[in-house]
Design a protein around this ligand. Sequence first.
Ligand code: HEC
Ligand SMILES: [Ca+2]
Ligand SMILES: [Ca+2]
Length: 331
Amino acid sequence: MPMPKPTPMPTPVPMPMPMPRPRAPRATTPSAHRPVPSGPFTRIAVALTIAASIAASIGAVRVSDPSALAHAASAAQAGTCTVTGRLEQSGAGADDGITVRANAGANGTDGAETTTGPDGAFQLTGLAPGTVRLRASLPRHLTAAADDVPCVADAVTTMETVELPGGDADNNNRVDLFDLVRILAHYRQCAGEADFDPTADLDDSGCIDLYDLVRVASSYRLIGPIAWPVDGVTKPGPDPVSFQGDILPMFARDCRGCHGYVGGLNLDDHAHLMAGGNSGPVVVPGEPQASLLYLKMSRQVSPYMPPGGVRMSDEDIALVRDWIAAGAADN
Ligand code: HEC
Ligand SMILES: [Ca+2]
Ligand SMILES: [Ca+2]
């Protein structure tokens, strides 16, 4: 019996990459018109599943560390506001060099601009108070955007720390199949080889590998910009009262003429003060109203100090109160 003639196979879908095809007329947005390859790209699904499970633990948003605040306050100019925060890029890699712009125009270029330092921290100072638009951008990453950021004169606005997802190989502000295609088309190639596409090397490791796939998978389907929430607005308070700078000179001026000799209380330095006098301790750290030093200076417990009708100024009494309330440190 003769073998049935095999029916001719339908023309296979052409392999997209190494086979040269006649070029379509150049489209204005190249990625939008490129045909989506099929066939070998079923492995995309497998790669994506593996990479997605690796990436599942990567959170996109973390709560900020407010330690940048002290710096920000000291650099602020009177009447202006400061916006500060930290940014990270997804995956491994330094967090510096991320561009942060305030009040960028429609084209995203003008406005006050700074870049993050080695720890991802940034600070925009000297901004006009009002409502600020913020944009954070890094090549091949989705941007982060915050509109309506409150910017209060002489205050510091702290943004939450966000991670810029880095899977956007073709820079079209969305992580999609085209980014995967770009990586898989050049998979396992390293810098120096013909056809190496540096834009597919998302982590700049020099090779196009699983790490780049993970980057795409961990941000897959995200469309930029990502939300960038405000953490809070802080008006920096006055400097804490200093024992050496504020309290001790006051003792020298108004108290030491007698103390050292009377009441058992020596006011020469922090150690002697804390040792107390004839009645025991005269300072209870954190509790001005339990501290004989404050009670006598504020004329709540007699004999008042200093004696003889002399009154300390309200400012000096407040300094002593605040210093005790803050812990009565030898600062
Ligand atoms: C003119 C001298 C004189 C001056 C100035 C003076 N004191 Fe006194 N102070 C005394 C005498 C005397 C006593 C002891 C009074 C008593 O225990 O009845 C005393 C007691 C105290 C005590 C209580 C000590 C204890 O253990 O009972 C405190 C606290 C104190 N003084 C703080 C001050 C401070 C603070 C100043 C400066 C702002 C000051 N005094 C200035 C004379 C003075
Ligand atoms: Ca893209
Ligand atoms: Ca890489």
